[in-house]
Ligand binder design. Sequence first.
Ligand SMILES: [Mn+2]
Length: 425
Amino acid sequence: MRLDKNRIAELNKAHLPQHKEDAGRLIEKLYNKGIDADSVINKLIKFQIAIPSWALGTGGTRFGRFSGPGEPTSLESKIEDVGLLHALNQSSGAISLHIPWDVPSDVDAICSLAKEMDVKFDAVNSNTFQDQKGQALSYKYGSLMHVNKEVRDQAIAHNIEVINHGTNLGAKALTVWLADGTCFPGQANFRKSFENTLDSLKQIYAELPADWNLLVEYKPYEPNFYSMAIPDWGTSHMMAQELGDKALSLVDLGHHLPNTNIEQIVAILMMRSKLGGFHFNDSKYGDDDVTSGSLKPYQLFLIFNELVDGMDNTDNPDLSWMIDASHNLKDPMEDLLQAVEAIMIAYAQALIVDRKALADAQEANDIARAQEILQDAYRTDVRVIVAEARIKGGAAWSPLETYRQLDIRKALVDERGKYTLATGL
Ligand SMILES: [Mn+2]
């Protein structure tokens, strides 16, 4: 399915008079505060958040999965779904593939489809958290950290294969997230697990093309409940540091214990030019519970406040931004539109922080003033400038409303059938 830009513009029309009035008011208010709204809007237009292929189907829990109608079952249809999202919001111009779920059968055809949909290939993801059909050795007791060298070698070969698939598609990074770990005290030797994992990563790193990055993701628990091979940012950073310049840490919002100060982690990693990517989701209790920004929008803003500061004031390389969530109730497309919107709002709020005033307040130990400066930005309703950026980019005033007005899910069901099942968890 393809969206007609003229149709989007037509649907925007009804909203434009009120929108222009609201946008003008906010732009003037920002101008009076010394903030150049045009530069904020241009940054918003440029900002692209990759959509992971596994988020386009309805997610499940270990108790079951209630699939939605018209889910994408092929790599082609997943790229088309991301293309639809991107047409609606102009902020989702990249897809992150997962191997082996998304092995392309015809690379040229996939590349030209992606080009037609204006979608780029973001970081590729390996999978050693499941056994695949016909696989020689099992990952039940780990992959890159496994006590058996043959299992490690198999997992290393898989990661190299993922790099090769990514190279064919024009991707520039490999994300390694390991489910490796232990469920019981005494199950493994922590030092040996660390050393095996690092040694395996070194062998993968050696195969990275010159212009690629290796993103090392961490997670404190799940699926293993006693220890994880790479549990936290310290371990990830230690490994990235030892691997070399092309290895960077990847922060996933949901991969922290409750109340962890994620914004501080982001700030410190960027200071060391070692933050490579960011995965968005939100949670009340565990990983990926809910849609980005639906529970803790202030935390998301505080994180963006550090990301923006880091992008302006450190030598940290450009980041890979990706939504990493898969929910089990909503229409995945609607969920992703809401997530991207929440991320753009947090980014816009961070862009309007008066950084000079904040630095002055910090130097003067004026805590109350510093808090006021941050909260003034956070409490500004920036939705209208996010919409302005979208309209300027040729996208929908309200992506979610337009998605419903155009009855896109129905069109997808008509095209693909009602009972389809996307690959994923
Ligand atoms: Mn992640």
